[in-house]
Each structure stands twice: as C-alpha cells, then as structure tokens.
Design a protein around this ligand. Structure first.
Ligand code: HEM
Length: 133
C-alpha cells in the first residue's frame, strides 16, 4: 500500500468515525447520559480535526482525484454541498462545544440540532465522495 492509499484510508476511517460519534452523542443525550455525551462529542471534534489534517497533508502531496464518470453532476452537487457545509460546520461546532463546556445549555440546545445535522451530512457526503473515485 502506498502513502496516498494509506492517507486515503485514514481519512475515510476518521470522517466515518466522527459522524458515528455525533449520532451516538445525540442518542446519549436523549437518553440522559450527559457526561458520556460530552466525551463522545469531543471525540467527534478531535476525529474531525485529524481528518482535516490528513486531508491537507494528502492534498499538498498528491494531485486531486478527478471524477469524469456518468454521474458527474451528482458528484459535483455532493462535492460542493459537502465543501460549503464543512466550512459552515467549523463555527457551528466551535460555538456548540463552547456553550456546552461553559454550561450554557439553553443556547447549546438551540444551536446543537443544526450542528449535529450539518455535521452528519458533511461526514456522510465526505464518505460518499470516496465512492466516486
Ligand atoms: C459538536 C458537539 C456537540 C453537539 C453536536 C451536541 C449536540 C447536542 C444535542 C443535539 C443536544 C440535545 C438538544 C435537545 O434535546 O434539544 C445536546 C444537549 C446537551 N449537550 Fe451537547 N452537543 C455537543 C457538545 C457538547 C459538549 C462539549 C457538552 C459539554 C458539557 C455538551 C453538553 C450537553 C448537555 C448537558 C445537554 C443537555 C442539556 C439539557 O438537557 O438541559 N454537549 N447536545
């Protein structure tokens, strides 16, 4: 396995785990396990940061993979929505975690469903993009 394949595999694993952590974290808080919710959500953020780091390293070392198959418009829609929402997710995640850690739960609960939704979409589409290559 070459370095590009290893980085590609690691980014698939980290983005998938990050999304799974968000879904798990929502289930945990809805079933009253707030402390575990906190830990799992922080793990989701750490995994997302690892993903971004791997992505930047990979993009700086290897040319982007171009998809020219039959589903190009669908691919571009997924790629663009994923990219735009991943940028939106950054401030959303920072604010949600900040409010959670500060114990400002009214604000946290107001913004958190949007953060969770956007995050899951970004993780899922990030994973889908790999299937087009
Ligand atoms: C990106 C990270 C996070 C996301 C997406 C998230 C998401 C959520 C969601 C969807 C809820 C349920 C809201 C509702 O029932 O209407 C919630 C509640 C809660 N979250 Fe988070 N959360 C995150 C991080 C944190 C952190 C770091 C803490 C730290 C303490 C935390 C503490 C709580 C608590 C205590 C509640 C329950 C509040 C209550 O029921 O009064 N969350 N969160």
């Amino acid at each position: 396995m070459d370095l590009e394949a290893i980085l590609s595999l690691l980014s698939r694993v980290t983005i998938a785990l990050s999304g799974i952590c968000i879904i798990t974290g929502v289930v945990l808080v809805k079933t009253g396990r707030k402390e575990t919710h906190k830990r799992v959500m922080i793990a989701a953020a750490v995994l997302a940061l690892i993903f971004v780091t791997i992505y930047i390293v990979k993009s700086s070392m290897f040319p982007p993979e171009r998809y020219a198959g039959a589903y190009r418009s669908l691919y571009l829609f997924i790629l663009w929505s994923h990219t735009v929402l991943s940028l939106v997710n950054l401030p959303l995640a920072a604010i949600t975690i900040f409010l959670g850690l500060k114990g400002r739960y009214t604000g946290h609960k107001r913004i958190a469903p949007y953060t969770a939704g956007v995050w899951i979409y970004v993780a899922f589409t990030g994973w889908l993009i790999f299937f087009f290559h």
